[in-house]
Design a protein around this ligand. Structure first.
Ligand code: ZN
Length: 201
């Protein structure tokens, strides 16, 4: 507890961020008060505006300012028949930065997790179902995380795609990082890369 009720509240509020505990939150609060008051006011205004105004794209569920995100607005992307399904908006950014994929996306904002009450509706799967029913997609790339939950989610999405007669369904490979050394790779990743090996070209 500090000498100020408001400061106590600020320290508590800062802890909503992952990885920020009481000690870090206290440090941040003092830093903002001591040195960055103007920037902190701007940050506060930005937070309010972002939380009120950033929406989900009606087509892919990525974050956007209007109804459609920047990617879905692009005529080239609209014509693509590839759909890459990811767990989070940051995954979209990662693919975009790799500059190697020019299709469409669908963002789940998580994975199936019945214990946490996250089912098909929470992941926007009725919207995905509608999108696939339009017949404009002929390839699904499953890019969920390589975890038990991510794989279960991928299987569920594959079953939706099959219902729409989309049979070109792939899952992104997991394996050895480029430029890495084999003895630094964990056993599961190495096993997966061996299992998913492909002909040498
Ligand atoms: Zn979009």
């Amino acid at each position: 507890m500090t000498a100020s009720v408001q400061l106590d509240k600020l320290i508590k509020a800062l802890q909503i961020q992952p990885g920020v505990g009481p000690r870090s939150a206290t440090r941040i609060a003092y830093h903002l008060l001591d040195r960055r008051r103007t920037d902190a006011v701007e940050l506060g205004q930005l937070l309010v505006s972002a939380m009120h105004n950033i929406k989900l794209c009606r087509c892919c569920r990525n974050y956007c300012d209007d109804d459609l995100c920047r990617i879905c607005k692009s005529p080239e992307r609209q014509q693509s028949k590839q759909l890459c399904v990811v767990e989070s908006p940051s995954d979209v950014e990662a693919f975009e930065q790799s500059n190697n994929y020019f299709g469409r996306y669908f963002v789940l904002h998580g994975h199936l997790s019945p214990i946490d009450g996250i089912g098909a509706n929470e992941l926007g799967l009725p919207l995905l179902d509608e999108l696939l029913a339009q017949g404009t997609i002929d390839e699904i790339i499953l890019a969920t995380n390589p975890t038990v939950e991510g794989d279960a989610t991928a299987s569920f999405i594959a079953s939706i795609a099959l219902r729409h007669n989309i049979t070109n369904i792939t899952k992104i490979a997991s394996g050895v990082p480029i430029g890495g050394e084999l003895d630094n790779v964990d056993q599961k990743t190495l096993a997966s890369s061996l299992q998913n090996r492909r002909p040498f070209k």
